[in-house]
Design a protein around this ligand. Structure first.
Ligand SMILES: Cc1cc2nc3c(=O)[nH]c(=O)nc-3n(C[C@H](O)[C@H](O)[C@H](O)COP(=O)(O)OP(=O)(O)OC[C@H]3O[C@@H](n4cnc5c(N)ncnc54)[C@H](O)[C@@H]3O)c2cc1C
Length: 400
C-alpha cells in the first residue's frame, strides 16, 4: 500500500514539494485553509514575479541569514535548476537589468500558478481547501477546522508549509506558534523583514522630501554595505537599497533600541574626487548651485544635508564631504509586520534535522518561510522555498 503524505499549507514551498513527490510511492494530500492555493505567490507577483536571482550560486547562498541550513537544499536545487524547472513547466524566464529573474513578458503570475496547479493534478495530488490546521490531538493526529466541523487526520508523513506572518490577508498569519510550543518545539516570535524602517523625520524636512527616491546610494549598517535605491516616506525609509540590511537593523534595535545607518549619497566618487570637484568653482553660480552642478546632486540630497548641517559646516568642503559620504540616520523601529514582504521567526532551525525533519516529532517536516531564517528580496525568498520543497521531495522519494 502507498504511504500517505499530508502537506499543510498550499503556498510556494508546498506546491513544488507536491509536484515532485513520486505518485507511485505516495498518496499526497494538501490541506489549505483558503479556497485557493498560492495567494502570497500571487501577491509577490504584483510588481513583477521575481522568481529567483541570476547571481553565481556561491555568492547566492551567502544572502541567507544564516545560510548553513539551506546549503544542501540549494546545492541540490539552485537558481539555475529553478530556471530549468520553470522552463520544463512551460514558463520561459528572462534576467532583468538588476540580475533578478522574471517570467518572460506577457506571462502573468496567475499563468505560472495555473501551470503549477496543472502539474499537481497530473501528479494526482488531492487538494483539500477550507481545511485550517488547528494543532495535534493527544494521539498526534492532525486537527482541522472545516466547514462541517473538526476533522482528525492521521498520515504516515506530515510536511508543514504554513508560511511566515506578513501579509496575513493571504492566509499566512503565523498563528500556529503555540501548537508547536505545546509539543516542546522551540519557536521564535515573528518580526518584520524586508519592511519599512521608522525614522523620526522633523515635520519641516519630511514635508519637502516625502515620496522622493534616493538612487545610486549605498547604505551601511553594522558590517554590511548595500548599494541601491530607497524611497523616503512619512514613516521612514523603504526599498531594495535597505531591505538586505534587515538583519543588521533588527540586531541594532534589539541591542540598543535604535539602529544607526550611514548613507553614502555619492558612492561612485571618493572623498578626494569630491573635494577636487567642489573646488572647481564657477563664479556665476552660488556655492550650493556649484556643488549641485559639479556633483550632480538633486534637491532632496541637498535638503537632507542642510537639515543636519549648520550653514558654516555646509560651506566647509571637508565637513560637507564627510556628511555627503556618511549621512547618518537613526532607525527607531521596524514597520508593521502586516505590510512587510517577509518575516523572521517561527520554528528555530535547531529544531530540525538537515533533512528538515522535526527532531521532536519523527516523520514530521517543516519547510518554507515558517522556519526562522532571513532572506532579502530579489528572488531569494521564493528560491529558498523552492529549494527546500524540491530537496525534501527527492529525499522522501528515495526513502521508499
Ligand atoms: C508583497 C510581497 C512581495 C513579495 N515579493 C517576492 C519576490 O519578489 N520574490 C521572492 O522571492 N519572494 C517574494 N515574496 C515572498 C514570498 O512570496 C514568500 O517568501 C513565499 O510565498 C513563502 O512561501 P511559503 O510556502 O513558505 O508560504 P506561503 O506562500 O505564505 O504559504 C503558506 C500557506 O499556508 C496556508 N496556511 C497558513 N496557516 C494555515 C493553517 N493553519 N492551516 C492550513 N493552511 C494554512 C496559507 O493560507 C498559505 O496558503 C513576497 C511576499 C510579499 C508579501
Amino acid at each position: 500500500m502507498k504511504k500517505t503524505i499530508s502537506i499543510i499549507g498550499g503556498g510556494a514551498s508546498a506546491i513544488i514539494l507536491a509536484c515532485e513527490l513520486d505518485r507511485k510511492k505516495y498518496s499526497v494530500s494538501i490541506f489549505e485553509k483558503n479556497n485557493a492555493l498560492g495567494r502570497k505567490f500571487l501577491v509577490a507577483g504584483d510588481g513583477g514575479l521575481n522568481l529567483t536571482h541570476s547571481e553565481e550560486p556561491k555568492k547566492f547562498i551567502l544572502k541567507y541569514t544564516p545560510h548553513k541550513f539551506l546549503d544542501q537544499a540549494f546545492l541540490h536545487f539552485s537558481n539555475r535548476d529553478l530556471i530549468g524547472w520553470m522552463h520544463n513547466l512551460g514558463v520561459e524566464t528572462f534576467v532583468g537589468s538588476s540580475g533578478r529573474v522574471f517570467p518572460k513578458k506577457g506571462t502573468k503570475p496567475i499563468d505560472v500558478l495555473k501551470l503549477m496547479e496543472e502539474k499537481l493534478r497530473k501528479n494526482n495530488v488531492k487538494i483539500n481547501f477550507k481545511h485550517e490546521w488547528n494543532g495535534f490531538s493527544g494521539s498526534d493526529e492532525l486537527l482541522f477546522k472545516t466547514q462541517t466541523g473538526t476533522k482528525k487526520i492521521k498520515s504516515n508523513l506530515v510536511i508543514f508549509c504554513l508560511g511566515g506572518a506578513s501579509w496575513p490577508v493571504t492566509g499566512s498569519k503565523g498563528d500556529w506558534l503555540e501548537s508547536f510550543n505545546q509539543k516542546g518545539i522551540r519557536v521564535n516570535s515573528f518580526q518584520a523583514s524586508n519592511c519599512s524602517f521608522k525614522i523620526d523625520w522633523t515635520k519641516n524636512i519630511i514635508k519637502s522630501i516625502e515620496g522622493k527616491a534616493l538612487k545610486n546610494i549605498s547604505i551601511s549598517c553594522g558590517n554590511k554595505i548595500h548599494f541601491g535605491e530607497v524611497v523616503i516616506t512619512s514613516f521612514g525609509l523603504e526599498g531594495s537599497g535597505i531591505y538586505p540590511l534587515s538583519p543588521e537593523i533588527r540586531e541594532g534595535l534589539r541591542k540598543n533600541n535604535e539602529a544607526r545607518i550611514s548613507i553614502d549619497l555619492k558612492p561612485q566618487l571618493s572623498s578626494k574626487e569630491i573635494v577636487e570637484r567642489i573646488s572647481q568653482s564657477n563664479s556665476k553660480l552660488s556655492y550650493t548651485e556649484n556643488i549641485v552642478k559639479q556633483l550632480n546632486l538633486n534637491k532632496t540630497q541637498i535638503l537632507l544635508l542642510k537639515s543636519k548641517m549648520s550653514k558654516s559646516d555646509f560651506l566647509d568642503p571637508l565637513l560637507f564631504v564627510n556628511n555627503l559620504k556618511n549621512f547618518e540616520l537613526s532607525i527607531s523601529s521596524l514597520g508593521p509586520i502586516e505590510d512587510a514582504i517577509s518575516t523572521v521567526g517561527g520554528i528555530f532551525l535547531s529544531e530540525i534535522s538537515e533533512k528538515f525533519e522535526l527532531k521532536k516529532i519523527k516523520n514530521n517536516f517543516v519547510i518554507g518561510e515558517m522556519l526562522d531564517y532571513d532572506a532579502p528580496t530579489g528572488g531569494y525568498l521564493i528560491q529558498s522555498c523552492f529549494s527546500m520543497g524540491k530537496f525534501l521531495a527527492d529525499h522522501l522519494n528515495e526513502l521508499v
